[in-house]
Design a protein around this ligand. Sequence first.
Ligand code: AR6
Length: 175
Amino acid sequence: MPLTLEAIEADITTLALDAIVNAASESLSGGGGVDGAIHRAAGPGLMDECRAIPMLRPRVRCPTGEAVITGGHRLPARYVIHTVGPVWHGGHKGEPALLASCYRRCLTLARDQELSSIAFPAISCGVFGYPFTEAVAIAVTEVRAFAEEPGSLTRIVFCCFGNRALDAYRSALAA
Ligand code: AR6
């Protein structure tokens, strides 16, 4: 089955795909932005499931650059893959490699669970301050590299909030 990569403008919580990705914090204890929207739409069962994930060290259930999967609860998506993007500190603290790792870890989890569709928000591009154009370039590069061996995945969606974001992804995908 061929793999489709596409950018759409949508609220990620409305997407009825196998998995949506959450741009979470290391404690997986909710927050603002897309994390807040996902928890609101999924209902309290999602937080209960996140809290049951063991802490690896104080306040860290999912280290930066890693990903964990939970159910989708009341969301139309079957699963939520929570990943933690890097906070932008100027670009010399390993941010590009950590952001790339988020995309790879999410895609690997999705493939290991034999999922066929997944949507990503612009990880780290809100509160965490990653420059948008640089982040989009990393997202598209990592997803394209993964698409060489997609396994079960047939549809990968970049879910954009706003027209400017959509234009940036579409240009990167067209390049
Ligand atoms: N659907 C799609 N994209 C969205 C939505 C939505 N409903 N809501 C926001 N975005 P952010 P981060 C976009 O701040 O920078 C949280 O408090 C938004 O426009 O959600 O990785 C967590 O708990 C932006 O482009 O995530 C962490 O502590 C992108 O999603 C921290 O924020 C990511 O913005 C993570 O910060």
